[in-house]
Design a protein around this ligand. Structure first.
Ligand code: PMV
Length: 312
């Protein structure tokens, strides 16, 4: 039997601009997905059901990719809400790959990073490696087409190059505020693409976000929470100019900012969630609730993929 766990993530800086080769930073959070597996007699099951693509697309792809052919009894437990932009599909993929590779006696992180990215890409029909790499590595990662210090691995696909770097982070409290409004990533990326292709102003905004992310990296390494918060506020304004915010996101940002260093939408926008950085998580959570959002109080997590238990 083997049990592995992997964390969720929030994007702290740089969503959307990352699509144009700019850097983005994501932070691992202390809510995890756990995946337990042991050999079974006849067929592979997930949480008691026969494995099937409709319900277990990520897990099935993990099995195909690693070539594990023995039937398995797989159990998953998640304390990450799904659909709130916290990377639950990446965490499921990384924790499952961790278990399967362990069964094969192999655990090279760079290969897991590449496989996990490829699986998200195939299931979602496109992805950047930021979610899967953050879940695998923990702490925080910056993806960027340029290579910087503390390179972890490089992922290439369809002519795009993502260098994935480790970033040192302070212990921080964050609060997520989920609007409850579902907004798929694809159409929002497309909306920004239309704006970008027609307007030099949009190109300048993307450039500004890229520069802000590099400042954010420095502020994280210097543990300057005030600076990180200011940059989050600025990033939210720039994302609003790009047209990916929503009145409810703006309302939650405004409510959270009263007790925070800073707050911004996180992920694709158009709905989804905000993230706030704060010393007063309970106060921020209440403010988010009063504005009609669902709050999740989280801490940053230094741990990425963890093997929690192995036995014969
Ligand atoms: O919706 P999320 O949290 O996976 O974030 C999407 C981030 C984008 O920059 C909008 C798209 C991308 O693939 O990087």
């Amino acid at each position: 039997m083997i049990s592995c766990s992997a964390p969720g993530k929030v994007i702290l800086f740089g969503e959307h601009a990352v699509v144009y080769g700019k850097p983005a930073i994501a932070l691992a959070v202390d809510r995890r997905v756990r995946c337990k597996m042991s050999k079974a007699n006849e067929k592979t099951t997930v949480n008691g059901y026969d494995i099937n693509y409709q319900h277990h697309s990520y897990i099935l792809k993990c099995i195909e990719k690693t070539g594990v052919s023995d039937p398995l009894k797989i159990t998953t437990v998640s304390d990450l809400p799904s659909g709130a932009g916290m990377g639950s599909s990446a965490a499921i993929t990384v924790s499952t790959l961790g278990g399967l590779y362990n069964l094969k006696g192999f655990s090279e992180l760079e290969s897991i990073a590449k496989d996990a990215f490829q699986i998200e890409y195939e299931v979602q029909g496109g992805a950047s490696p930021i979610d899967t790499s953050t879940s695998l590595h923990g702490s925080a990662v910056m993806v960027y087409e340029k290579e910087m210090n503390n390179l972890l691995w490089t992922i290439e696909k369809d002519g795009k190059v993502w260098n994935v770097h480790h970033i040192k982070i302070p212990d921080i409290h964050i609060v997520i505020g989920d609007t409850g409004i579902g907004a798929p990533t694809g159409p929002l990326v497309e909306k920004v693409r239309r704006f970008y292709s027609k307007s030099n102003f949009a190109k300048e905004v993307i450039e500004d976000i890229g520069n802000l992310v590099l400042e954010g990296r420095k502020a994280l390494e210097e543990e300057d929470l005030h600076k990180i918060g200011k940059l989050m506020n600025k990033n939210h304004k720039l994302l609003s100019i790009l047209g990916v915010s929503h009145p409810k996101l703006n309302g939650l940002v405004k409510a959270a900012k009263r007790y925070s260093y800073g707050a911004k939408l996180t992920g694709a926008g158009g709905g989804g969630s905000i993230v706030a950085l704060t010393e007063h998580p309970e106060k921020v959570a209440s403010a988010i609730e009063e504005r009609g959002g669902t709050p999740y109080i989280l801490d940053s997590s230094k741990n990425g993929l963890k093997v929690e238990q192995t036995s014969k």
